[in-house]
Design a binder for this molecule. Structure first.
Ligand SMILES: Cc1cc2nc3c(=O)[nH]c(=O)nc-3n(C[C@H](O)[C@H](O)[C@H](O)COP(=O)(O)OP(=O)(O)OC[C@H]3O[C@@H](n4cnc5c(N)ncnc54)[C@H](O)[C@@H]3O)c2cc1C
Length: 275
């Protein structure tokens, strides 16, 4: 299918994009890399009268060090992260995650901001950034705000973005020396979206972070699993089961077993890594 006709505007600044989106009241839709939006328009499941292109906005392409980490512009592509062209304060997690998204032509165009704004439950950046403790910087008609990933992600394809708001950047904390991590992604075939994602971050002297992605809703923290790290396998399995119960998701038995296996693999890999 082909998309329904739409108008196209290149925004020249964050304020310009925000105003156009707000004035368009739902009929105006932001476009970044177009890797998810264009197929949705072609399938006519995401109606748009006008596309507001964000990719000529210099502020969205900026990445630099900030105190305690790095600020990564929303318009940065997966490929730029994969190629190490931006500050990666995470000791390689972001590079590894970027390299595992789809295939190179998607990574050349798709952006980190577009991925998080779409909030596909199977996408990689929401799970990764949640595990890293990143914040989302948002700009809109009411000014700027900063939200923790856990607060920003609401559910499948749902975030806290309001009318006229766009993501401008992500603040990613640096991981301390000696941090061990694992990112496990189960896919049906190379380049496909995840059926299950397990991300474990073990910062020295701090509580562990465990995130599950590829759920039916959104990437989630697994607090009981994190507390059980260091326990034997039956205790870990019990903790994962308890976290899965608390999600109140509609995961069937197969999905629960898949998520359990993914998380156990991630926990083992992170724990076995040399600090
Ligand atoms: C074949 C294929 C395989 C893929 N596999 C994976 C995969 O394995 N893992 C994975 O994570 N992703 C995967 N993707 C998705 C890919 O990562 C997309 O790039 C990403 O989901 C959207 O980024 P984009 O820049 O193309 O956004 P667009 O498609 O341009 O926009 C997506 C949505 O985000 C909104 N948006 C974009 N930028 C902003 C912003 N700055 N602020 C507010 N809203 C914004 C748009 O309005 C739209 O609703 C795949 C895509 C394809 C086509």
């Amino acid at each position: 299918m082909k998309p329904a006709p739409f108008d196209y505007v290149r925004a020249i600044s964050v304020a310009d994009a925000s105003k156009r989106l707000h004035d368009g009241a739902g009929a105006a839709v932001a476009i970044a890399g177009g890797q998810s939006l264009m197929p949705l328009l072609a399938l006519r499941v995401a109606p748009a009268d006008v596309l507001i292109d964000l990719l000529d906005i210099p502020a969205l392409e900026e990445s630099h060090r900030i105190s305690g980490g790095a600020r990564i512009g929303a318009g940065i592509t997966h490929a730029a992260i994969e190629d190490g062209k931006i500050e990666d304060p995470t000791g390689g997690i972001m590079k590894r995650v970027a390299a595992g998204i789809a295939y190179r032509s998607v990574r050349n165009h798709g952006t980190i901001g577009g991925s998080v704004a779409l909030a596909d439950p199977a996408a990689d950046w929401p799970a990764c950034l949640l595990a890293l403790g990143a914040s989302v910087r948002v700009s809109g008609p009411s000014g700027e705000r900063v939200a923790a990933m856990d607060e920003f992600l609401r559910g499948a394809y749902t975030t806290s973005l309001a009318s006229g708001e766009i993501i401008t950047a992500f603040d990613v904390p640096a991981l301390p020396a000696g941090t061990r991590w694992s990112y496990q992604k189960v896919v049906r075939k190379s380049g496909a979206f995840a059926m299950s994602i397990g991300c474990v971050v073990l910062r020295p002297g701090e509580a562990a972070t465990v995130v599950l992605g590829g759920t039916t809703s959104r990437a989630v923290l697994m607090p009981q699993t994190a507390l059980a790290i260091g326990s034997d396998e039956p205790a870990l399995r019990a903790a994962i089961a308890a976290d899965l119960d608390d999600l109140a998701s509609d995961a069937d038995e197969y999905q629960r077993r898949l998520h359990t296996a993914t998380l156990l693999k991630a926990i083992r890999e992170a724990a076995d890594k040399a600090p």
